[in-house]
Every structure is written in structure tokens, then in C-alpha cells.
Design a protein around this ligand. Sequence first.
Ligand SMILES: NC(=O)c1ccc[n+]([C@@H]2O[C@H](COP(=O)([O-])OP(=O)(O)OC[C@H]3O[C@@H](n4cnc5c(N)ncnc54)[C@H](OP(=O)(O)O)[C@@H]3O)[C@@H](O)[C@H]2O)c1
Length: 261
Amino acid sequence: MARRLEGKVSIITGSTSGLGAATAAQFAQEGARVIVSGRNKERGEAVVKSILDSGGDTSFIACNLDDEASIESLIAEALDRYGRIDNLIANAAATATASGEKTAGILDMDNEILEDSIATNIRGMLWLFKYSLPALIDAARPGASETSSIVAIGTSGTRNGAPGMPIYFSTKAPVEVMVRSLATEFGDRGVRVNCVSSGLVLTESEMKTMTEEFRQYVLKLNALPFFGEPDDIANACLFLSSDEAKYVTGTTLTVNGGAAF
Ligand SMILES: NC(=O)c1ccc[n+]([C@@H]2O[C@H](COP(=O)([O-])OP(=O)(O)OC[C@H]3O[C@@H](n4cnc5c(N)ncnc54)[C@H](OP(=O)(O)O)[C@@H]3O)[C@@H](O)[C@H]2O)c1
């Protein structure tokens, strides 16, 4: 059976851990040449090694989304190595959570956490789109119904709110607006732009920072009586990046167990 991303070049930001690492592994299994990216080279190389060990094609390019020049050089280096970019998964985010290491309630807000969240989740996301879009346009052939694609990862909790998350949610909510705007502007050039809006998924960082109380709070709001796993988000990214979704753009696919969160 043909693999769904055979020969495609896919950049996945924030793939040194969590949802991004799971997405990188799935994309490689489906035949993509995967660029693993993040700030932490050691973790990035570990993800690369595990994909290579499973027979995938991948390499690591460091990038700090808080720095425009670093984003520009991620795209330049990707084009240098692979000659094209077919898919971007804009997944990296400053994930300030309800409690734990990176408390972000409004009463605890300081300038560092505010600036960090804005720099990564809003500015970094927009620079990433600016620098990757020319290559994505080059990779598409809209006249032949061949598209390239961006999938940006949003957070479904932004819709109804949750305690202790005003900064994180305020800087993640714009993702859905960015996606709708770009979809209308670049559809004629064959670039599809969609969002996967994730509910609570038990990644290592979530396990470390979420309290049991908060997990139970979310579970009570879920229609399904369990949490998502990283592969649930990776599956949605895979669908939206593949030809199966060639007529899908400007939309948000919510993967959150039917949660009101
Ligand atoms: N897990 C959930 O329950 C959940 C729920 C809703 C939405 N989401 C969204 O899903 C995405 C992934 O979350 P996750 O749970 O997998 O988190 P995670 O394990 O903490 O991963 C975050 C990734 O982003 C990268 N990153 C953070 N700041 C960066 C920066 N300034 N520049 C470049 N890379 C940066 C990190 O890599 P380095 O440290 O190597 O830089 C890491 O690979 C995020 O967009 C998050 O908002 C997650």
C-alpha cells in the first residue's frame, strides 16, 4: 500500500518531545523526510535516532522560535538539505500550564512569562509562516490539484477557558484566526492551512506540570472517559497533511474527547 507522505519534506517544530515527537515518528513511517526541530539538540537527536532506527529518513535542525533570524535559518537550512518543503507542522509552543513549574495565573504574571508566551506563541508562529510560505507555494501545483500544507496546533481549552491559564490561552487562541486568514490568502497558490485543536493529551510535560486536581477537572468535562494520547494528535496532523485532505483548508479539527474544556 502506498504510504501517505511518500517523498514529502515535512518540518515539525517542537518535535524534540511530546506531540511533535509523536507526529515526527508517524510522518516518517508514512514516507516523509522529516525535519525534527526545537531548541534542545540532545533531545532532538534522540528523536532523530529513534526514527532512523525504525528505518525513517530524518535530521535535526535547531530553531528558537523567539528569534526571527533562527526561524529564517531553519527554513534556509531545510531547503539547503532537502530542496523543498511540502508540509509544516507548527506545533512548538510555550506551554505555560495551570500549576507546577511554569505557573501562569494572572496574579502570578510577570513580564518574563508574558513576553515568553507572546514571543513563541504569537510572534514566532507568524514569522514561521512568513519564512516557510514561499517554499510551500513552490512545492504546490494547484492547477493539478497538488497542494502543500500547514497544520498549526491550537488548544481547545481556549474556547471555554479554564482556571489558571489566561496567558497561555490568550497567546494560543490566535492560532485559529491565523489559519483562517492564511487559508484565504494562499489557497489560490495551492497551500492549505488548517488547525488541529488539541484537548488534554498526556505528554511528559503535561504529566509533569498538571496537578491531579486539574486532570480530574478536565476529565469531568470530557464526553469520553479518558485522555488523548500523542498519536491521536499525530493522526489528525497526518490526515490534514496528506492528499486525503486535498480539499480541506481554513478549518479546525478538534481532537479533545468531546470536552467542554
Ligand atoms: N499536551 C496537551 O495536553 C496539549 C493540549 C492542547 C494543546 N497542546 C499544544 O500542543 C503543542 C505541543 O505540546 P506538548 O504537550 O507536546 O508540549 P511539550 O512536550 O512541552 O513540547 C513543546 C515543544 O515545543 C518546543 N519549544 C518550546 N518553546 C520553543 C521555542 N521558543 N522555540 C522552539 N521550540 C520551542 C519544545 O522544544 P525545545 O525545548 O527543544 O525547544 C518542545 O519540543 C503545543 O502547541 C501545545 O500548545 C498540547
